[in-house]
Design a protein around this ligand. Structure first.
Ligand code: HEC
Ligand code: HEC
Ligand code: HEC
Length: 118
C-alpha cells in the first residue's frame, strides 16, 4: 500500500513537471499582448460588456489599494492573478505596461497581436 502511494505520488509529480515544460515549450514568442482596449474596435460588444460587468476588468484596483503596504516581492505575487500575462511576456509593471494592469481579454484568449493584425 505504501509503495502504491509512493508510485502514485511520483507519477503525479512527473505529470506536473511534464505539463509545465510542455506549456513553456508551446509559448509562442511571435504573439504579444496588446491589451483589451485594442480588441475593442472590432469586438465592441464583448469589450463594453466585459468592462461594465466583470470585476476582473478592474482587478488592478485591488492591488493598487494595497500597494503602499506591500513589499515588492509580495506585490509580484498579486500580479499573477490580478494582471494580464505576467511572467508570460505580458504585464511587467504599472509604469511600463499599464494597458495590461487588469485581467483582460488576453488572459483567457491568449496574446492577441497576430489575430488583431490578421
Ligand atoms: C481588426 C479587427 C480585430 C481585432 C483588433 C481583434 N479581433 Fe478578434 N476577431 C475579429 C474577426 C473579424 C473575428 C471573426 C473571424 C473569425 O472567426 O476568425 C474575430 C474573432 C475573434 C474570436 C472568436 C474566434 C473563434 O474562433 O470563434 C475571439 C475569441 C477574438 N476574436 C478575440 C479577440 C481578442 C482577445 C482581441 C484583442 C486582443 C481581438 N480579438 C482583436 C477581428 C478582430
Ligand atoms: C491565486 C490568484 C490570486 C492572487 C495571487 C491574488 N489574488 Fe486577489 N483576488 C483573486 C481573485 C480570483 C479575486 C476575486 C474574488 C471574488 O471576487 O470572489 C481576488 C480579489 C481580491 C480583492 C478583493 C476585490 C473585491 O473588490 O472584492 C483584493 C483587495 C485583492 N484580491 C488583493 C490582492 C493582493 C493585494 C494580492 C497580492 C498580495 C492578491 N490579491 C493576490 C485572486 C488572486
Ligand atoms: C474569463 C475568460 C475570458 C475573458 C476575460 C474574455 N473572454 Fe471572450 N470568451 C471566453 C469564453 C470561454 C468564450 C466562449 C468560447 C466558446 O464558446 O467557444 C469567449 C468567447 C469570445 C468571442 C467569440 C464570440 C462570442 O461572443 O461567443 C469573442 C469575440 C470574445 N470572446 C472576445 C473577447 C474580448 C474582446 C474580451 C475582452 C474585452 C474577452 N473575450 C474576454 C472567455 C473569456
Amino acid at each position: 500500500m505504501l509503495l502504491f502511494k509512493k508510485c502514485l505520488l511520483s507519477a503525479l509529480f512527473l505529470a506536473f513537471i511534464q505539463l509545465f515544460f510542455v506549456q513553456a515549450g508551446n509559448a509562442d514568442n511571435t504573439k504579444t499582448y496588446i491589451g483589451s482596449k485594442n480588441c475593442a474596435p472590432c469586438h465592441e460588444e464583448q469589450y463594453n460588456s466585459f468592462i461594465k460587468h466583470s470585476k476582473k476588468a478592474h482587478s488592478w484596483n485591488s492591488v493598487a489599494i494595497m500597494k503602499p503596504k506591500l513589499k515588492e516581492h509580495e506585490l509580484q505575487k498579486c500580479y499573477e492573478c490580478h494582471t494580464t500575462g505576467y511572467n508570460k511576456g505580458g504585464f511587467k509593471s504599472i509604469e511600463t505596461t499599464p494597458e495590461l494592469a487588469d485581467v483582460g481579454c488576453e488572459t483567457c484568449h491568449g496574446p492577441g497581436s497576430e489575430h488583431a493584425e490578421n
